[in-house]
Design a protein around this ligand. Structure first.
Ligand code: CS2
Length: 494
């Protein structure tokens, strides 16, 4: 490997000889979007859309100031500081073609943990027009069973007692919106970019519940002034690996400490409801629609659920990535059966979308051999994902008398995974879940009480009261615990 060029503003001209680089002016004063949760997904999605617009010479005031609210965002903060907030996006095509591009749309980054005041000031600044979020399903702080705001969270209690020392998105949103109201500034739009059904309505409901508890007059102002568009976001973005960093260095001679790799596919469907203006995203392929709900439901119940089906069954078998799962013919067939016989019948018709084509495209996307999407990422935070992605489909099929066996086996696999914390070959698994301990405690009683896992009401709701479900689950869990061979069981069900 020859001499590497470190990625930063000064080296852009040189790097531009090898890969596409931003050609626009980059200045923190232009950051009208404040984004909370700058993970790989945000950098492959919203930040990429803004970058494309800027490359077209459009939307000159729309750049992004990133915000980290968790201690482990510090690593990105420090790397961004060295790299002038630049990073490389590497699109990996199934045929091996690679497209690398330096993205410049993020121009600033602040850590809420270091200085809450600096973040509040930034969000309350007159130039801030949109506060967008990718805070993951768990970050919304609702009880999945009741759908209500979880006031028991100790961080929320701290924020209610100390409004000047916010910790979560709720504390920061109310503190900055309060300042805007008091200073007579227009509210910003709160734009959720997470995989949650009705994500805009959800953040609105949660924020209003929190604000009401803090200051009812502020809650009224927020209700009147802030808009919360629903949106469906999509781009598969695996966790960055050392190999990605190495590949970039070897192929282009660029030293980037945190590039992002993603698939070619990208989609964003948004409701056009922005109270304080928005960039002309339609010029770079964003779809504005009056009602995003059918798109969201389709994506969550097929793509995200499909990921969980492959991930939880695959991890037990010993598959490490999603592409390897779908290249295993049995997994591909199983996924197809789940899509066709369980997920599709409760979706209803989605105007303008050919579901058969959509499902084919998912199998293709999942099978991209150059997107090594680790099953650990997919299985992480299953307690926040499965209620919406998979359990909702089971509930609707129970009500409609439809098939539930493919999805139920995934719950059995999840129980075994949470119980043993190893795969069926006895290898230890890396489990990351806010509820890891509760899941483990419930799952480990399975041999005495087959339904112990399903009794976790905050995840499974009232499934425990449905005899058709509990009979099937009991039979399946007993069968699987007696003969731990996930592929054999999948084959039997098909
Ligand atoms: C994945 C998603 O988190 C998950 O389990 O299904 O991150 C998925 O890759 C994205 O939603 C794709 O848009």
């Amino acid at each position: 490997m020859g001499e590497l060029t470190p990625l930063n503003q000064e080296n852009l001209a040189e790097i531009g000889n090898k890969i596409s680089v931003p050609t626009y002016d980059r200045s923190p004063d232009k950051a009208s979007i404040v984004h909370i949760g700058v993970g790989g997904f945000h950098r492959a999605h919203l930040a990429y859309y803004v970058h494309q617009l800027r490359q077209l010479g459009e939307a000159s005031e729309w750049e992004i100031c990133g915000i980290g609210l968790r201690q482990n965002d510090k690593k990105l903060h420090d790397i961004f500081k060295k790299q002038d907030h630049l990073y490389t996006l590497m699109v990996q095509h199934p045929d091996g073609k690679k497209e690398a591009e330096v993205i410049g749309s993020i121009v600033d980054f602040k850590m809420g943990t270091d200085s809450p005041e600096a973040v509040i000031t930034r969000m309350a600044a007159p130039e801030t027009k949109i506060v967008s979020l990718t805070i993951t399903e768990g970050g919304y702080n609702f009880n999945p069973n009741t759908g209500e705001f979880n006031f028991e969270n100790p961080q929320i209690q701290h924020e209610l007692a100390h409004p000047d020392d916010p910790k979560t998105v709720y504390g920061f949103l109310t503190a900055s919106l309060k300042r805007r109201r008091d200073e007579g500034l227009p509210a910003f739009t709160v734009l959720s970019c997470d995989n949650i059904e009705h994500n805009g309505n959800m953040i609105q409901k949660m924020l209003l519940a929190f604000a009401k508890a803090q200051d009812p007059t502020l809650a009224q102002w927020i209700e009147k002034e802030v808009s919360f568009p629903n949106s469906m976001v999509d781009r598969i973005t695996p966790v960055t690996t050392q190999e990605d960093i190495k590949l970039l260095a070897e192929t282009y001679g660029v030293e980037d400490e945190w590039p992002v790799t993603c698939e070619p596919f990208i989609q964003w469907v948004v409701e056009d409801n922005f109270s304080n203006g928005r960039p002309a995203f339609e010029k770079v392929g964003v779809q504005f629609v009056p009602d995003v709900v059918p798109y969201e439901k389709m994506k969550l119940r097929l793509l995200n659920a499909g990921h969980s089906v492959l991930g939880l069954l695959g991890v037990l078998h010993g598959h490490t990535t999603i592409d390897v799962c779908v290249q295993d013919e049995l997994f591909a067939q199983y996924l197809r059966a789940f899509f066709d016989e369980e997920a599709t019948p409760v979706l209803g018709e989605i105007k303008g979308i050919n579901l058969a084509d959509y499902k084919d495209s998912l199998l293709e996307r999942f099978g991209n051999p150059n997107i090594k999407d680790n099953v650990d990422r997919i299985c992480s935070e299953s307690s926040a994902k499965l209620p919406k992605f998979l359990i909702a489909t089971i509930q609707e099929n129970l009500a409609a008398g439809g098939s539930i066996k493919y999805a139920t086996l995934v719950l059995v696999a999840w129980c075994y995974y949470s119980d043993k914390q190893e795969n069926q070959n006895g290898q230890k698994l890396v489990i990351q879940d806010e509820m890891k301990e509760e899941l483990h405690q419930a799952a480990k009683k399975t041999t005495e009480d087959a339904l112990s896992f399903i009794k976790l009401e905050c995840i499974f709701g009232n499934l425990i009261d449905n005899k058709r479900f509990t009979d099937l689950y009991t039979e399946m869990v007993n069968h699987f615990y007696n003969d731990v061979d996930i592929k054999k069981y999948m084959q039997e069900l098909l």
